[in-house]
Design a protein around this ligand. Sequence first.
Ligand SMILES: Nc1ncnc2c1ncn2[C@@H]1O[C@H](COP(=O)(O)OP(=O)(O)OP(=O)(O)O)[C@@H](O)[C@H]1O
Length: 286
Amino acid sequence: MTPASTTNPTSADVLSCRGVGVHRGDNAVVSDLTMTVRTGEWVALVGPNGAGKTSLLHAVAGLLPATGELRVDGHHPMALGRRALARVVALMPQRPVVPPGMSARHLIALGRTPYLGRFATESAADRDAVDHEIARLGLAGFADRPADQLSGGELQRCILARALCQQPRLLLLDEPTSALDIGHQQTVLDLVDELRAERGLTVLAAMHDLTLAAQYADRMVLLDQGRVVHDGPPADVLSAARLGATYGARVEVLDRPAGPAVVPIRATQPPHPRAAHRPDQLGGTR
Ligand SMILES: Nc1ncnc2c1ncn2[C@@H]1O[C@H](COP(=O)(O)OP(=O)(O)OP(=O)(O)O)[C@@H](O)[C@H]1O
C-alpha cells in the first residue's frame, strides 16, 4: 500500500521516483518503484538482503542508471554534472573505498571537492568545514591516522563526516550504523537528526535495525525483491505479520512511546536455560 500523499510529486519533494527501475547486469533489481521524499523528511528504506536498497540509493546518487522518472531536486541525477549533483546529494556508502595510506582528514576533505576553486586548492572556509565535521563526529584523535588503519566504526564516522562536508540537501545513508557500537549509533543518528532541524537536511537511509529506524524515520519504505511492499509511518509498516511475510522472520512488535520495537523470537526455547546453570540465580528471572 502506498499513501497518495507520498506518491504525488510536489515542489517540496527533494526526491521523486515514478516507475523507477534499476538493472544490475541482466537482472531488474528495482522495478516500477514510486515514492517521494519531501524536504526535511527522514525516510528509512528497509527490506531483506538483496531487496534493492543499495541499488536504489546508487541510482539516486547518479552512480547507476535508472529507467522511469527519477528526479533529485527537480533534475535527473545523471543530467546534473558531477559537481552540481555532489552539492545536492551525498552518499555514505555501505562499503567505502579508501585509498591506501590516505589520512582520515584527507579522506574527509574529499567531501569539499565540489566546492573547490579552479586550482583545486582548499580555502580557509573548506578547512573550517572539515575541522567542524571532524570535531562534531569526535574524530580529532584519528584525523592524522591512515584511514585504512581505522576500526570499522571509526571509518564509518569518517565517511559520514565526508558526506556532511558536501553540505548536501539530500543525505543518502547506506547502513550508517552497521559498524557502530550502541552509543555511537545513537550519537550519529542524533547528529543527523539535529542537522535535519538545523539545515532542513533530507535523509534517505537504508537500515536493517528496524527498531532504531522507527525511532528516527518519519516514514518507512519497505522493499522486497525490488518493489515497494509498504510505505507509511513506522507504526503502520512494522507488523509482525508483514515482517514475517517479507523477511521470513519470527518477531514480536512492541508498542512503545519512542516508536515500535521489533524483538526477534527464537523458534524453540533453549534446551538448558542459562539461568539454571547459575547457582546464584537458580530458576530466577531479571
Ligand atoms: N555489482 C552487481 N552485479 C550484479 N548484481 C548485483 C551487483 N550488486 C548487487 N547485485 C544484486 O542486486 C540485488 C540487489 O542488491 P542490493 O545491494 O541493492 O540489495 P540491498 O537491499 O541493499 O541488500 P543488503 O541488505 O544485503 O545490503 C541483489 O540480488 C544483488 O545480488
